[in-house]
Design a protein around this ligand. Structure first.
Ligand code: NAG
Ligand code: NAG
Ligand code: NAG
Ligand code: NAG
Ligand code: NAG
Ligand code: NAG
Ligand code: NAG
Ligand code: NAG
Ligand code: NAG
Length: 468
């Protein structure tokens, strides 16, 4: 089979090309060649400045990584019908002659990443690579790709183009229905236009993270019906189109973290019935519309940490069968009775923790799990706003915490007395009152312990000041 292919190629070549480019049986100088089932030619890291004149005819892979190659001429590798993988990572290639890879009809994988002087590729760079499945041109300082550069690469599945200087999604990938993985992270892309991703109906993985995307057009993702993993994090998105992810019913992971969004709209995630992981962390979210997560029936993990959320209405999580992991830290939580459901949920499922309260002041600095909600007559009473924190500016942190704990304790006792006093009035809410007694009793004990500890610390500090 192999020799037939070689014969055909030799017949097609002009005689002078034959003498120049005929492959050899010997291993090129400064390379090592394995002679097992498939011949691998290893020439990496040998300070090579120019390509060897010939490679072994039966070579199936060639590794030329980490050399100082600068230039690829036409048919730079001769005729190697068995070659499947070619790696040129970490060289100093600055010019590739159109047709440089002619003579490699069965090449499946081409790696040219980290050649920081390439900048530009000619439309005919990859001519004759009809079987190419995987191409890596990451970190090559490319500014764009010609629209028709992949005309012959109909089998291409994976395109790695991260860490270049693209300012838009290259038109070269439009309509490439066989692409499954596209890596465009760490470029300078500013927008996703309605036609940028047209026809990519087999795409499973799309990485656009760490670009400068601030606009996404309506229906920009509409053809990505098989998409499973989608990275849009660390861009400049303030808002998304109402139906941004419409039809992406196979999406499993969506990362929208590290953007500038303030609101989450209930229409965004309507169709994402397979979504398991959703990142909305590191935005400026202060408002999540009711029902936003309603159709995310496969959700396992939701990241909402590092936002500007003060409250999280229970209705956001309707229906209640979401019992996955919830990340809520680094938000200015307002631990009023509106969050009581979350505290209970925290205790029942143990899947969420670390919810620091920013207000009301009587509980500021506490974790939601430490806040004791007092019930009077079956109604939850918000922890009060206090005004005791203006004295002693020398020890602000200590003072605040100390005061808030003291007042919490005082408030607790007050409430307990009130509960006791109104016990006689309770008729139908016996169970309620029993529960609130248990939980407030526990809270009282913890708070008392903490206060004792803080008084001890405080006393130690005063002793210290007195001693000096
Ligand atoms: C790499 O190529 C560039 C431009 O062709 C040249 O300026 C630079 O000196 C080269 N670097 C090395 C290490 O050869
Ligand atoms: C996708 O691959 C198939 C089979 O290799 C091929 O027939 C088809 O033309 C390719 N599609 C595109 C758009 O290149
Ligand atoms: C976010 O929601 C709030 C409250 O509904 C609204 O006032 C505000 O205009 C919204 N902001 C954006 C950017 O949609
Ligand atoms: C959830 O899906 C149903 C049925 O497809 C739809 O009618 C509803 O509007 C969706 N909910 C949201 C919040 O989009
Ligand atoms: C957080 O939200 C408040 C209002 O709820 C607003 O005043 C403030 O500017 C927001 N902070 C950020 C960083 O967006
Ligand atoms: C408790 O509820 C009853 C009836 O609902 C009401 O009459 C009473 O004033 C309430 N007590 C307090 C302290 O709010
Ligand atoms: C706290 O004190 C400030 C001034 O000392 C006052 O303006 C504010 O209304 C007080 N807040 C409450 C909740 O009493
Ligand atoms: C409230 O009543 C319970 C028993 O009914 C008692 O143990 C507790 O000390 C009372 N609390 C206060 C603050 O009086
Ligand atoms: C409790 O029950 C008594 C008699 O059963 C009734 O007179 C009283 O109004 C009830 N109190 C409340 C708060 O429902």
């Amino acid at each position: 089979m192999c020799s037939i292919v070689i014969a055909v190629y030799f017949l097609l070549l002009p005689p002078q090309a034959l003498s120049l480019w005929a492959c050899t049986r010997s291993c090129p100088p400064s390379c090592t060649c394995t002679q097992e089932k498939s011949c691998s030619v290893l020439c990496d890291h040998v300070s090579m400045m120019d390509l060897p004149k010939e490679f072994p005819c039966e070579a199936s892979s060639i590794n030329l990584d980490k050399n100082s190659l600068k230039f690829l001429s036409e048919r730079a590798f001769g005729t190697l019908p068995s070659l499947k993988t070619l790696s040129l990572d970490h060289n100093n290639i600055s010019f590739i002659t159109p047709g440089a890879f002619k003579g490699l009809p069965n090449l499946v994988e081409l790696k040219m990443a980290h050649n920081e002087y390439i900048r530009y590729l000619h439309t005919r760079t990859f001519t004759a690579l009809k079987r190419l499945v995987r191409l890596d041109i990451s970190d090559c300082n490319l500014f764009n790709l010609p629209d028709r550069i992949f005309l012959e690469q109909i089998a291409l599945k994976e395109l790695l183009c991260f860490q270049n200087n693209f300012r838009r999604i290259t038109g070269a990938i439009r309509g490439m229905e066989n692409l499954t993985h596209v890596y465009l992270e760490r470029n300078k892309i500013e927008a996703v236009a309605y036609n940028s991703l047209l026809g990519l109906c087999n795409l499973k993985y799309l990485n656009l993270q760490e670009n400068r995307i601030n606009v996404i057009h309506d229906e920009a993702f509409k053809d990505l019906v098989r998409l499973e993993n989608f990275y849009l994090n660390d861009n400049l998105l303030v808002d998304l189109p109402q139906q941004a992810f419409k039809g992406l019913s196979n999406l499993k992971m969506l990362n929208l973290g590290g953007n500038l969004m303030t609101n989450v709209s209930r229409t965004w995630f309507s169709d994402l019935v397979e979504l398991e992981v959703l990142y909305l962390d590191r935005n400026r979210l202060s408002y999540i519309e009711d029902g936003t997560f309603e159709n995310l029936t496969s959700l396992i993990t939701l990241h909402l940490n590092s936002n500007n959320l003060t409250s999280l209405p229970f209705s956001v999580f309707q229906p209640i069968y979401f019992i996955g992991r919830l990340y809520l830290f680094r938000n200015p939580w307002e631990c009023t009775c509106d969050l009581e459901w979350l505290k209970e949920w925290m205790e029942s499922y143990k899947l969420v923790r670390d919810i620091p309260c920013a207000s009301p002041s009587s509980v500021a600095g506490l974790d939601l799990s430490e806040v004791v909600y007092v019930h009077l007559n079956g109604t939850c009473l918000d922890p009060p706003e206090l005004n005791l924190t203006t004295s002693l500016p020398d020890y602000p942190t200590m003072e605040n915490k100390f005061n808030s704990l003291i007042s919490k304790l005082l408030q607790q006792e007050l409430m307990d007395e009130m509960v006791n006093a109104t016990d006689g009035l309770r008729n139908g809410t016996q169970q309620d009152s029993a529960e609130s007694q248990v939980s407030s009793g526990h809270g009282l004990f913890c708070a008392a312990q903490t206060v004792f500890f803080l008084v001890f610390l405080f006393q130690a500090q005063i002793d210290c000041i007195n001693a000096t």
